[in-house]
Design a protein around this ligand. Structure first.
Ligand SMILES: *Cc1c(COP(=O)(O)O)cnc(C)c1O
Length: 420
């Protein structure tokens, strides 16, 4: 076997290009240019007809099967609006998985509430449902459920726990657009669902997000919260009038999505289901190849309730003993060098993350409780998982064979890997 590409040997990939991401074409360019030339650029500026921002909200609600959707500027903003829509605030405890992107927890601090970290299922990296039940106190008001990587949380059990304890359920769907659990899309199981459209996500517009809900009575409130206390005007309006009306029923802040981003998001939404189907074929091939050629690697089983996955970051797991003391970063770097594309471990669990230090800011520090540090399953998940971005699954079967070949080569040459 050749030496590792990381150490100067020839790579498995041998220079062949990967499918590009993000994906766009002449239609995208036409629609972006039209949004530019319309000269409106934001919903908070007059212009004829409904804004693209509103149109995207309606289309995204229809896509997810929610009663409504409100577009916002980021996924992080979507989580803030989601929590504020449910009036979560000072003194409230919100359960958040220890294994997630930092925004799932900082959004709780941004509304003045207290994130209580909860350990995850060692197989999927999603919330450990028993740990959720154990973490509930009289002050608990909400659960933030993160659908991690390509998995979906057990929404059946989470909804019933939330109902039983009178808690709000917020779904962080930033990694799971379009996933279907037991007949319903993610985001419509909880009280509110939050999405991100940052470039890396499966629905991308640079920076953007949305809040969705199955509860119609929350629509007005969510609109106010994201547009400085304004909501959409219905019926006729003069050309100099804005689409937003200053009703002020709920005091919000400005987290609106720009018209240019909305144009891009609408274009990308039309491509999403085709991409889901393509990625699913590739993911099944990779799962079969890994199951057949083994080599000590495994993929995460898909829960029977999942009727459609959203492949965001595809996880490849290995036994803790397989690489001895070699850290996951070094293993990921070796596989990445063979594949000539990023392969990386999951985010550091929040209690170890440099991105999550609430006491560096007074407004966060006062809500945070120190000493939340025992999350063995999250640590193990991080130590024994390699992630491959969804764009790798937009290519062909040969790409999947290369992934398996790269894993096999790195496993065979594990003794050559740097120890730190
Ligand atoms: C990306 C992401 C976010 C934040 O979205 P932004 O648009 O980057 O603010 C929140 N939660 C999870 C789980 C994410 O992956």
């Amino acid at each position: 076997m050749e030496p590792l590409a990381l150490l100067g040997g020839p790579s498995v990939r041998a220079g062949r290009a990967w499918h590009p991401w993000p994906v766009y074409d002449a239609t995208t360019e036409t629609e972006l240019l039209a949004a530019l030339r319309a000269g409106r650029w934001t919903v908070s500026w007059p212009g004829p007809g409904p804004s693209l921002e509103r149109a995207f909200g309606e289309e995204f609600a229809a896509y997810t099967g929610a009663a409504w959707a409100v577009a916002v500027d980021h996924g992080s903003g979507a989580l803030v609006v989601a929590l504020e829509t449910l009036d979560i605030g000072a003194g409230d405890e919100v359960l958040v998985p220890a294994m997630t992107w930092v925004a799932s927890a900082t959004s709780v601090l941004r509304v003045g509430a207290r994130p209580i970290l909860v350990d995850v299922d060692p197989v999927t990296g999603c919330l450990d449902i028993d740990a959720v039940e154990e973490a509930i106190t009289p002050r608990t008001r909400a659960i933030v459920a993160v659908h991690l990587g390509s998995s979906v949380c057990d929404l059946t059990r989470l909804s019933s726990i939330a109902d039983r304890h009178g808690l709000a359920l917020v779904e962080d769907c930033a990694q799971a657009h379009g996933a279907i659990w037991s007949g319903r899309q993610v985001g419509t199981w909880g009280d509110v669902g939050a999405f991100s459209f940052q470039t890396g996500k499966v629905l991308a517009c640079g920076e953007g997000g949305a809040v969705v809900s199955r509860r119609p009575e929350l629509f007005e409130r969510a609109q106010h919260l994201r547009a400085d206390s304004r909501s959409y005007r219905d019926g006729e309006r003069r050309v100099d009038e804005m689409e937003l009306v200053e009703s002020g029923d709920v005091t919000g802040a400005n987290m609106t999505m720009s018209e240019l981003h909305a144009a891009l998001a609408r274009d990308q939404l039309r491509r999403l289901d085709g991409q889901h189907a393509h990625r699913e074929v590739r993911a099944c091939e990779l799962e079969q190849l890994i199951a057949a050629e083994g080599g000590g690697f495994r993929t995460i089983p898909v829960a029977p309730e999942v009727e459609r996955r959203s492949i965001y970051e595809f996880a490849i797991r290995f036994e803790p003993a397989m690489f001895g003391e070699t850290p996951v970063e070094a293993i990921a770097a070796a596989v990445a060098a063979e594949l000539e594309r990023p392969v990386y471990p999951p985010d550091m669990p929040l209690h170890r993350s440099v991105l999550f230090r609430p006491t560096t800011k007074r407004s966060f520090g006062s809500a945070w409780v120190e000493g939340q540090s025992r999350f063995p399953a999250a640590e193990e998940f991080r130590r024994t998982t390699l992630l491959v971005h969804h764009s790798a699954f937009l290519g062909d079967r040969d790409d999947m064979c290369d992934i398996v070949a790269a894993l096999g080569k790195v496993a065979a040459r594990r003794d050559d890997l740097p120890a730190t």
